[in-house]
Design a protein around this ligand. Structure first.
Ligand code: TXA
Ligand code: MG
Length: 326
């Protein structure tokens, strides 16, 4: 068991960078979700991330850098397509998996030969990464398997007493984790759908393969561990329904997670979250995890969730719904 620590809510980037340099764990906002940061070169600090999150060691961490010039400090091969994707989408919600340098501890990549790297598009995160002058490993700042945090308070709810500090930077703009693309083979492969739509990536790469997760495969055989079938899950059972069906309560206390114009019958639900009245998928993504938390807090018998159109961010949203209900 970890000895409890006092978790401070801080605003000063220099305070945060000093803490990271001395091996502490500091959560910080990014444009996707809050990350739980530690120096990627400090094995002890990395081990504390796994402990604080109660994360299995087979689930690798994403390394964050401030500038594309830092990429060659972390990876030893940069194919042309990596340059193209980085030029187009960094800073932004895209993680590239590339052959790692020896200086990145095996603990960071769970022993895999590739390391996931990204430049986050958030002013506080970028100032922090510049100030620490070293790559920062940061998984989402939530206990393993739970709902990702999009506000500083969400981080405290899950990890208070287990990490040293949280930088409060308000709500995350995108609200879904980064899209993960492996460039370890000849052909790029999407390992996790996320905040950068597939269609945008395909404008650079052409048609791209999406690795499918299969709950029947062993953990080792999963294309990426974040693709485990049950993940991103609240306490309450989530049941998904097709977007064109009429949604009715199935339990005495049913909650509804929906989008689009309000339809008759909503008042029969114990709690309702409409992610966007106009069905704007970017709004839906930005509100998604916080809305799930609010519905979960109402302790309903079930959360009935309306599926999203299977395009753009809708694909990543459907993926998260599937895993949350897995
Ligand atoms: O947006 C994000 O990606 C956020 C922010 C904080 O950057 N981070 C995040 O990290 O979502 P995490 O740890 O919750 O999810 C990381 C996932 C892993 O579960 C795995 O699926 C994939 O990214 N991943 C990371 N490193 C990898 C590697 N070396 N090889 C294959 N997949 C990797
Ligand atoms: Mg996560």
């Amino acid at each position: 068991m970890q000895t409890p620590v006092t978790t401070r809510l801080i605003r000063d980037v220099l305070d945060a960078s000093g803490r990271l340099k001395s091996g502490q764990l500091v959560a910080f906002p990014t444009e996707t979700v809050y990350g739980l940061g530690a120096s990627a070169l400090n094995t002890q600090a990395i081990a504390r991330i796994f402990e604080a999150k109660q994360r299995p060691r087979f689930d690798p961490l994403i390394v964050h850098i401030a500038d594309v010039r830092q990429l060659s400090d972390v990876v030893c091969e940069i194919p042309a397509v990596a340059h193209q994707l980085a030029r187009r989408f960094w800073p932004g919600p895209l993680t590239l998996v590339l052959p790692k340098r020896d200086r990145i501890p095996d603990l960071v990549t769970s022993g895999l030969p590739g390391v996931g790297v990204r430049i986050p598009d958030h002013p506080l995160a970028l100032r922090l990464l510049k100030a620490v002058e070293c790559p920062i490993a940061a998984p989402s700042a939530n206990p393993f398997g739970g709902v990702s945090p999009t506000e500083a308070q969400h981080v405290l709810q899950g990890l208070s007493g287990r990490i040293d500090a949280v930088i409060d930077g308000g709500s995350c703009g995108i609200g879904l984790e980064s899209t993960v693309v492996s460039l370890m083979r000849q052909e790029p492969v999407v390992l996790r759908l996320g905040g950068l739509p597939l269609e945008s990536i395909e404008e650079v790469t052409g048609p791209i393969q999406v690795a499918v997760s299969d709950s029947k495969l062993s953990d080792k055989a999963q294309p990426a561990p974040g693709m485990l079938s049950r993940h991103y899950a609240p306490e309450t059972l989530i049941v998904t329904v097709d977007s064109d069906t009429v949604i009715t309560p199935t339990h005495p206390r049913s909650a509804l997670l929906t989008w689009g114009p309000t339809v008759a019958g909503c008042e029969r639900f114990t709690a309702v979250e409409n992610l966007s009245n106009t069905g704007d998928l970017a709004r839906c993504a930005a509100n998604f995890f916080a809305a799930i938390r609010r519905l979960d807090a109402a302790s309903p018998d079930v959360i009935i969730a309306r599926k999203f159109p299977d395009q753009g961010l809708g694909r990543a949203l459907n993926d998260r719904l599937k895993r949350a209900s897995g």
